[in-house]
Design a protein around this ligand. Structure first.
Ligand code: CAA
Length: 256
């Protein structure tokens, strides 16, 4: 199995597990991620997902170069379409995904991390889009997600030079959300449990408000935001969350 799925209470841990190839993404990894997404989408008890790489050395060192080397143009386009579709499903997934990056997150691995809602970088994390060194460009949305995340200047710097950046620089440019200590998985699970304790409908709608409107003009995006804000007031979670605050007690959300 190239990808494993493990439920720990309300948190699912998804591991890309090909450590001998630094967890490089081939079709079997994309199929494994697709199955993991199916499991998350079918189970409302999963409130947050942590995505990590197997072994110590890499999150994911990119798309699998050995399996791409002999592809024809149409096959390469189809592989990129498959990768983009899986990463888009992660971005659109009801539950937030947290990428826990220790070691290399390169090429498709950097793109996979960027499809997640949060990216936690351990002290040895290395991010980069080194595709130009192979005579190709990023193909899993990297040229597009990177520019939206870090801006044109840093995106061009990473994509044109292929250079790697460490955890601190990745956080500083907005590519990673947080620099965490050595126990990257532990930090991700702790944050995922925090998210899992929030109002599930609010988490889902918040994720939608941000992802679905990131490319819209401000007025349209604010219109979408206030519609979703209003929608929250049709839920039991809003009644419970506000009653719990006013009653000085912990909220017990039902996700309804
Ligand atoms: N695909 C396939 N195999 C890979 C791989 C990849 N992306 N990255 C590493 N591996 C394999 C190596 O071939 C090697 O296998 P063997 O032991 O069988 O020789 C094993 O993993 C360990 O790698 P190294 O010996 O190279 O380890 P290192 O510590 O010397 O170097 C590294 C680590 C700098 C990450 C180096 O492996 C590397 O540069 N990897 C390629 C990174 C890359 O170019 N990624 C982009 C891929 S293209 C892409 O992702 C396109 C896209 O956007 C969809």
């Amino acid at each position: 199995m190239s990808v494993t799925f493990e439920k720990r209470g309300a948190v699912a841990v998804v591991t890309v597990d090909r450590p001998k190839a630094l967890n490089a993404i081939d079709r079997s990894v994309l199929e494994g991620l697709s199955s993991a997404l199916d499991s998350v989408e079918a189970d409302p008890d999963v409130r947050a997902v942590v995505l990590v790489g197997g072994g110590e050395k890499a999150f994911v060192a990119g798309a699998d170069i050995a399996s791409m080397a002999e592809l024809a143009a149409v096959e390469a386009e189809s592989f990129a379409a498959f990768g983009q579709a899986i990463l888009n499903r992660i971005a659109a997934c009801r539950a937030p995904w947290i990428a826990g990056v220790q070691g290399f997150a390169l090429g498709g691995g950097c793109e996979l991390a960027m499809a997640c809602d949060l990216v936690f970088a351990g002290p040895k994390a290395k991010f980069g889009q080194p595709e130009v060194k192979l005579g190709v460009i990023p193909g899993f949305g990297g040229t597009q997600r990177l520019v939206r995340r870090v801006g044109m200047s840093c995106a061009l710097d990473l994509c044109l030079t292929g250079r790697m950046v460490g955890a601190a620089e990745a956080v500083q440019m907005g590519l990673a959300s947080r620099l965490v200590a050595d126990d990257v998985l532990g930090a991700c699970i702790a944050a995922a449990e925090d998210i899992a304790a929030m109002g599930p409908v609010a988490i889902r709608l918040c994720k939608r408000a941000i992802h679905e409107n990131a490319d819209s003009d401000l007025a349209s995006a604010q219109a979408a935001e206030r519609t979703l804000f209003g929608l929250c007031f049709s839920t039991s979670d809003q009644k419970e969350g506000m009653a719990a605050f006013l009653g000085k007690r912990a909220a017990e959300f039902t996700g309804k």
